[in-house]
Write a protein that binds this ligand. Structure first.
Ligand SMILES: [Zn+2]
Length: 247
């Protein structure tokens, strides 16, 4: 890798952890129906306003030993973890597709999926606005019309499947949220990668579903993780699929 690329990679990572910091705000405030930009950052325990140097992604949490600078209450490790993961995701996507004009939109789409993942884990539901944002970011790419068609196919097929299963099982099978996530997946991946991602998501979800027995298992995190795995390994997975089909 040339020095130039390393410089961009560092920038992508730093920008990624900063956006991760904003994701934490979304994850905390949207389910609680709070405004995103008001009030400014404050300790969720004592309400003390944070200084700018308490707000530096990763660094501040580590420097403060995971405690509020004012009340010394523990600050959830979720904050630095989400920042770091988002930085890594951005870095991986940059390494995969390079400096193309739609790079920021792919990265933002995956960031929205990360926020949805965290919210689904915590609340077993995902907000529509973030879900639709993920889809819109996924559609912004060179083959815009193809991406829209893919999203419609996947969303429509899943809607139909959900409708039929719901009628047969007499309970709601697929939520509206899952359908929007599926549309995002298809826009990002296209076909047949979409099916591979669905398959991976199902495999990833098996063990947690068995362990959880009667309690609910959020499905969006598995869809999101499977989408990332598939996106980053698309050539390899397509070769595997070909080998399986044609020997
Ligand atoms: Zn505090």
């Amino acid at each position: 890798m040339e020095a130039y690329n390393i410089l961009i990679a560092v920038f992508v990572f730093l920008f990624g952890i900063s956006v991760g910091s904003f994701l934490n705000v979304l994850i905390y405030r949207i389910p609680n129906e709070m405004s995103i930009n008001f009030p400014p950052s404050q300790c969720t325990s004592c309400g003390h306003k944070l200084k700018w140097y308490h707000n530096i992604p990763l660094i501040s949490w580590l420097a403060l030993g995971g405690k509020c600078a004012f009340c010394k209450e523990k600050i959830s490790a979720q904050y630095p973890v989400v920042e770091f993961i988002n930085g890594l995701i951005w870095l991986a996507i940059f390494a995969k597709i390079g400096l193309v004009w739609y790079l920021p939109f792919v990265m933002l789409s995956f960031s929205m999926l990360l926020a949805l993942t965290m919210i689904d884990f915590k609340y077993y539901a995902v907000p529509d606005n973030l879900n639709i944002a993920a889809l819109i970011f996924a559609l912004i790419q060179p083959d815009f019309f193809h991406a829209i068609l893919n999203a419609l196919y996947a969303g429509g097929a899943l809607y139909l499947l959900g409708f039929i299963v719901s009628k047969l099982a007499k309970k709601e099978a697929l939520g509206e949220a899952d359908i929007i996530v599926a549309a995002t997946m298809a826009a990002l991946l296209g076909f047949p990668l979409f099916f591979i991602a669905m398959f991976i998501a199902a495999i990833l979800a098996i063990v947690p579903s068995l362990l959880a027995k009667d309690t609910k298992v959020p499905f969006v995190p598995f869809l999101a993780l499977a989408t990332l795995i598939t996106y980053l390994n698309q050539e390899f997975l397509l070769r595997m699929l070909e080998a399986l089909m044609y020997g």
